[in-house]
Design a protein around this ligand. Structure first.
Ligand SMILES: [Zn+2]
Length: 480
């Protein structure tokens, strides 16, 4: 059924204005004042509300395998929780293990994700290298709408991309016009310090942040940035948690390099004191990589968002149950890493970002949706409320309040890291693919309603990179 959102203030990343929004066939057909609402059209009264592009969460991990089972949160329950919080698209991760066939893993993940209720896409991790991986990257870009490849610099002896993999994969991405993304923590240093801390007798979750201090993130961020600079490929750093990595991004950007950064809402709010809690279950529930950091980093991350050095926000929604976490009761190194947050990302950011004056409403749209759409080359299809864009909307009532609680959230998750937080300004309705899928507590999401979204290669920043590299290419001297 067509939908008219009436009487709200449309908020895009560049401007805000009073307008109604008419959606039909999954597309925004018109944006303008005082539209008529003919019969057969569902009307949502958005008086006093902000009508914004639906959120894009560029970093989620639904339905992860764990010890031959999967985590409780699947693509349908996870995207439904996202819808309640105003998120209408996710970019999840395909993570083939070492030697695992990349295309096969991609197709496996794609079929799991079909149950999503909103649109979705995938970063594909490059964890090892041979000719078949080189070939698979080409097929993914050409035939499957993948334009970003992730590299874990952590997780030695598992999915870590070593320097040789980085050179090969970054070079291949450059040929294909794809974006390289990186999880920056030095696997070598983490491996060394995990053993050292554990052997010193610290076996509880407090050992976790001590074994991967901010310097290991700074080192890996700098290494990835210098590799990208040398190979001349654009780079996106996921889940920056501290000033160490952020300063590397800022420096690179000052030097004219195309480097983008993401921050998780949880890293903007929580600090490392959570690991000192005497209750194992509580402390272990916060074990995630990178870990929560000493408090001084939080304000630095906010300043990164404000200054534009960091462009996007994500949840890194990745949940393991208390039972699954308890496997590391005697050894913090075995605690599965992850925290949830897809449902709360936007509401928490509004309360702590917009209400505190750190971000304008337009900047909020930029860091929750528009910037992600631009960086991953799906703008203005996504990330904009305008005629012709996908009809994905988050409708936020700045006067509505709510207390976050694991008791009534919609994530299939037993622990909420934002438990007890008072929100002012809450997503009250969500439109996805032209349908009202959430309205003031009424959830109408449908399994399989989400579509796989192709993301073309050669985003606009590539033409700038190409112009600059043709001016600075290798030279030879003719001595004949
Ligand atoms: Zn992640």
């Amino acid at each position: 059924m067509p939908v008219i959102v009436k009487g709200g203030t449309v908020v895009n990343s560049d401007q805000s204005f009073q307008a109604d929004v008419y959606c039909e066939d999954g597309i925004i057909q018109a944006v303008g004042p005082d539209m008529d609402a003919p019969s057969g059209v569902e009307v949502f009264d958005a008086g006093g509300c902000y009508v914004m592009p639906g959120g894009i969460d560029p970093h989620t991990h639904m339905e992860l395998p764990f010890k031959e089972k999967t985590v409780p949160e699947d693509f349908f329950s996870g995207t439904t929780a996202g819808v309640v919080g105003g998120t209408t698209m996710i970019i999840d991760f395909v993570i083939p293990g070492p030697e695992e066939d990349v295309l096969e893993k991609f197709h496996k993940c794609q079929s799991l994700a079909e149950k999503s209720c909103v649109d979705y896409s995938f970063h594909v991790a490059i964890t090892w290298w041979n000719d078949s991986v080189h070939e698979a990257m080409g097929v993914l870009c050409r035939d499957h709408g993948v334009n970003s490849f992730n590299h874990f610099l952590a997780y030695k002896n598992s999915i870590m991309a070593n320097d040789e993999v980085l050179v090969n994969s970054f070079t291949r991405a450059r040929e294909l016009g794809a974006l390289c993304t990186v999880h920056a923590e030095s696997g070598e240093l983490v491996d060394y310090y995990q053993k050292k801390i554990f052997d010193s007798g610290i076996t509880g979750p407090e050992g976790y942040p001590q074994s991967r201090p901010p310097q290991v993130e700074g080192e890996a961020a700098n290494r990835a940035i210098r590799f990208a600079q040398t190979i001349d490929v654009p780079l996106y750093l996921v889940n920056n948690s501290c000033s160490h990595s952020m300063n590397e991004i800022a420096r690179a950007r000052r030097e004219g390099q195309r480097v983008f950064g993401e921050v998780l809402t949880s890293h903007l709010i929580l600090d490392d004191s959570v690991y000192l809690n005497p209750d194992f279950e509580f402390a272990a529930a916060h074990v995630t990589s990178p870990p929560f950091r000493p408090k001084a980093n939080l304000e630095a991350l906010w300043r990164g968002l404000q200054s534009g050095d960091i462009q996007t926000t994500a949840s890194d929604h990745r949940y393991f149950s208390a039972e699954q976490k308890s496997i590391g009761k005697e050894d913090f190194r075995k605690i599965p890493e992850g925290t949830a947050g897809i449902e709360d990302r936007m509401n928490v950011l509004w309360t702590h970002g917009v209400n505190t004056g750190r971000l304008t409403a337009n900047e909020f749209v930029a860091v929750t949706s528009a910037n992600t759409a631009k960086i991953f080359n799906i703008y203005p299809r996504k990330g904009l409320v305008a005629e012709g864009s996908d009809a994905d909307l988050s409708i936020l009532d700045p006067q509505a309040s709510q207390t976050i609680s694991g008791k009534n959230h919609h994530q299939n998750v037993g622990f909420n890291v934002f438990e007890g937080m008072e929100l002012k300004g809450v997503n009250v309705a969500t439109v996805s693919n032209g349908n009202i899928v959430y309205k003031e507590g009424d959830i109408r999401t449908e399994r399989d309603a989400g579509r796989y979204i192709d993301r073309p290669c050669f985003a606009s920043y590539y033409s700038a990179i190409e112009k600059r590299s043709s001016a600075t290419g290798p030279t030879s001297v003719d001595r004949s």
